[in-house]
Structures are given as structure tokens and as C-alpha cells.
Design a protein around this ligand. Structure first.
Ligand SMILES: CCCCCCCCCCC/C=C/C(=O)SCCNC(=O)CCNC(=O)[C@H](O)C(C)(C)COP(=O)(O)OP(=O)(O)OC[C@H]1O[C@@H](n2cnc3c(N)ncnc32)[C@H](O)[C@@H]1OP(=O)(O)O
Ligand SMILES: NC(=O)C1=CN([C@@H]2O[C@H](COP(=O)(O)OP(=O)(O)OC[C@H]3O[C@@H](n4cnc5c(N)ncnc54)[C@H](OP(=O)(O)O)[C@@H]3O)[C@@H](O)[C@H]2O)C=CC1
Length: 279
């Protein structure tokens, strides 16, 4: 789809790059000539993903264990990265979510989603941005958001709030940092099956009709999201700034995707909570 070497010479950090969509984007960036840094909390998973990537590509892959909820750890990760060379592109992909009735959310439960999804994206963006500005280096920040930024989404309220806040950051920094050579862009994916998203959002017994109800009759392919991300972070998209691109087959034009949960009974929710507390 793209010219070979579209991302040659680009150093890209993907947060949460050890699994799911982060790993899919990382693989495509490598194939297009980029050098990749992936971070997450679980070093063993990062290493396993990096080994697979190295087997498929000659590009350089570095892993860093980093909890993006911890600003000090984020600064240390950026220092370690910059010691070799400046990053060119940051992908804010790490996030957390789960379905729950909002009246049952404890403060800790709300923070378990807000901290990685909102604070993590903000800490990484600030840490990369200040280094780019100090070093007069151009940069791109791509944040992976959700169509909940357009529709809102019942039963995943902390995630919808966090993603909307990161969209506000994307638009605000486009104006503030654009003149300093930093582009900020975002993607709002619809349903793209991953172990993380399915585990958190699709417990056994939840409506199975997502594909059928999608205007395109299917969920997204990881390669489709990776293609869009590759274009948006590339110099070919150099005039796109402050925008969020939706990739969902048109699903959000029909519904937020959570309306089936309005039909869940209190007993079903109680069962969901019990399953969680059993681990
Ligand atoms: C519903 C919409 C469908 C529409 C379809 C449209 C397309 C989909 C759009 C999706 C948008 C976003 C998607 C994603 O983000 S997918 C990524 C999913 N991946 C992850 O979440 C990975 C990271 N997850 C985690 O780290 C954990 O799962 C967790 C989020 C739970 C955080 O772990 P942490 O160790 O920090 O937290 P604790 O286990 O210590 O718990 C902290 C408190 O949170 C409470 N909790 C945890 N899970 C639940 C739950 N399922 N329900 C209610 N409460 C929960 C827990 O009890 C703790 O609180 P208390 O101490 O007060 O008990
Ligand atoms: N799949 C889908 O349908 C959709 C996904 N999205 C978004 O796409 C992105 C990727 O999701 P997906 O691939 O599905 O799910 P995953 O669960 O596979 O991805 C989440 C990643 O974030 C990392 N992560 C979570 N918490 C932290 C933390 N505190 N510090 C560092 N890393 C962390 C996880 O690694 P670790 O556990 O090792 O820390 C994991 O690699 C997310 O932003 C999600 O909101 C949006 C809409 C739809």
C-alpha cells in the first residue's frame, strides 16, 4: 500500500506496544523502515513480542518496562530513549477499560482507567514534547482514542471521559505546538478484536451481534488500523494537525455500541461483578 521506506529513519515509541493494536502498528512501522521502541508494564510480554518482530524484520526493536501512570518512570523512559537519539514519533496507545454500571464504580476503579488512559497519555506527550522543543526537533504525537469521544458510551464512562480529554489535548496542542514543529493527531477505532478489548468488554453472555450490526458487516482488521496509523505519522500527512480520524466501518453513526448493555438485568451485572472478584 505504501512506498517502501515511508518511515525510514523515524524512531517511534508505541506505548502498550507489546500486545493488540500497539503490536500491530509496531509491526507495520518496522516494515516501513522505522526503528521501534515499545513499552508496557509486563517486560516478558514486551520481550516475546519484540522477538517475533525481530524474526520478521531487520529493523531495530527496543523494549522498556514502564508504567505510564508514573510520571517519574515516563521521564526515565524518555531519558533512556533520548540517550541514543531523539524520538520522532510518539504513539499514545496504552489504555485500560472495563464494563461496569457507573453507580458501582469505586474511586479506585475510576482511577484504574483514568490513570493509564488520560494521565499516561498526557505524561508521555509532555515528556516527549518538552524534549522536542528543547532540542528544536520536529515530532508527531498520535493518540489512539475511541468513537466514544463522539457518541459518549454508557457503562465505560471513565474510558469515554479519558479518551475525550486526550482528544482535547490533541486539538489544543495542535495550535500550541504546531508552530514548534510538532503535529498532534488521533485515531478513533471502532471494534477491532484483541485479547485485551474482548477480555474487558465482551464477557460471555454479551450480545454477539457487533459484526452483523456494523454497516460493513464486520469488525476491523489490525492491518487496516496499522495502515492508517502509518500514514498519519508519516511526513506524507504533514498538513494534518489536530484531527481525529474515525476507522469503524461507520458503526458510530448507528450507535455507541453499548446499547445492548441497557438490556442487562441487575442479576447479570451482579454476576459480572462476582466474576471479576473471583479473578
Ligand atoms: C462497551 C462498549 C462497546 C462498544 C464497541 C465500540 C468499540 C470498542 C471501544 C473500546 C474503547 C476502548 C477500549 C480499550 O481501552 S481496550 C483495552 C483494554 N485493555 C486493558 O484494559 C488492559 C489494561 N487493563 C488492566 O490493567 C486491568 O484490567 C484494569 C483495568 C482492571 C486495571 O488493573 P489494576 O491492576 O490497575 O486494577 P485493580 O485490579 O487493582 O483494580 C483497581 C480498582 O478497579 C476495580 N475494578 C477492576 N476491574 C473492574 C471491573 N471489571 N468492574 C468493576 N470494578 C473493577 C477494582 O475492584 C479496584 O477497585 P477497589 O479497590 O475499589 O475494589
Ligand atoms: N481493540 C479495540 O476494539 C479498540 C481499542 N481501542 C484502543 O486501542 C488501544 C489498544 O487497545 P487493544 O490493543 O485493544 O488492547 P490491549 O489490552 O492489548 O492494549 C493495552 C496495552 O496497554 C498497555 N498498558 C495498560 N496499562 C498500562 C500502563 N499503566 N503502563 C504502560 N502500559 C500499559 C498494556 O500492556 P501491559 O499490560 O503490559 O502494561 C497493553 O499492551 C487502546 O488505547 C484502546 O483504548 C480503541 C477502540 C477500540
Amino acid at each position: 500500500m505504501f512506498e517502501t521506506g515511508l518511515l525510514r529513519g523515524k524512531r517511534i515509541l508505541v506505548t502498550g506496544g507489546g500486545s493488540g493494536l500497539g503490536a500491530a502498528m509496531g509491526r507495520r512501522f518496522l516494515a516501513l523502515g522505522a526503528e521501534l521502541v515499545i513499552c508496557g508494564r509486563k517486560l516478558d510480554r514486551l520481550e516475546a513480542t519484540a522477538s517475533e518482530m525481530r524474526a520478521q524484520s531487520s529493523g531495530k526493536v527496543t523494549t522498556i518496562a514502564c508504567d505510564v501512570r508514573d510520571g517519574v518512570a515516563v521521564d526515565e523512559m524518555m531519558d533512556a530513549t533520548w540517550r541514543e537519539a531523539p524520538l520522532d514519533i510518539l504513539v499514545n496507545n496504552a489504555a485500560a477499560t472495563f464494563i461496569a454500571q457507573s453507580e458501582h464504580l469505586s474511586f479506585r476503579a475510576a482511577d484504574a482507567v483514568l490513570a493509564p488512559t488520560l494521565h499516561g497519555a498526557m505524561y508521555c506527550t509532555l515528556a516527549a514534547g518538552k524534549r522536542w522543543i528543547d532540542g528544536r526537533h520536529n515530532g508527531v504525537v498520535l493518540s489512539i482514542l475511541s468513537t466514544s469521544t463522539i457518541t459518549g458510551r454508557a457503562f465505560t464512562v471513565p474510558s469515554a471521559m479519558a479518551k475525550s480529554a486526550v482528544l482535547a489535548m490533541t486539538k489544543s496542542l495542535a495550535v500550541e505546538w504546531g508552530p514548534k514543529g510538532i503535529r498532534t493527531v488521533a485515531i478513533a477505532p471502532g471494534p477491532f478484536p484483541t485479547a485485551g478489548a474482548s477480555g474487558q468488554l465482551r464477557p460471555v453472555g454479551r450480545d454477539e451481534g457487533w459484526s452483523a450490526r456494523n454497516p460493513m458487516g464486520r469488525t476491523g482488521e489490525h492491518s487496516e488500523l496499522a495502515d492508517l496509523a502509518s500514514f498519519l505519522v508519516s511526513d506524507r500527512a504533514g498538513y494534518i494537525n489536530g484531527e481525529m480520524v474515525v476507522i469503524d466501518g461507520g458503526a458510530h453513526l448507528r450507535s455507541s455500541g453499548a446499547e445492548d448493555l441497557l438490556r442487562w438485568t441487575d442479576a447479570q451485572w451482579a454476576e459480572q461483578r462476582a466474576a471479576r472478584s473471583k479473578g
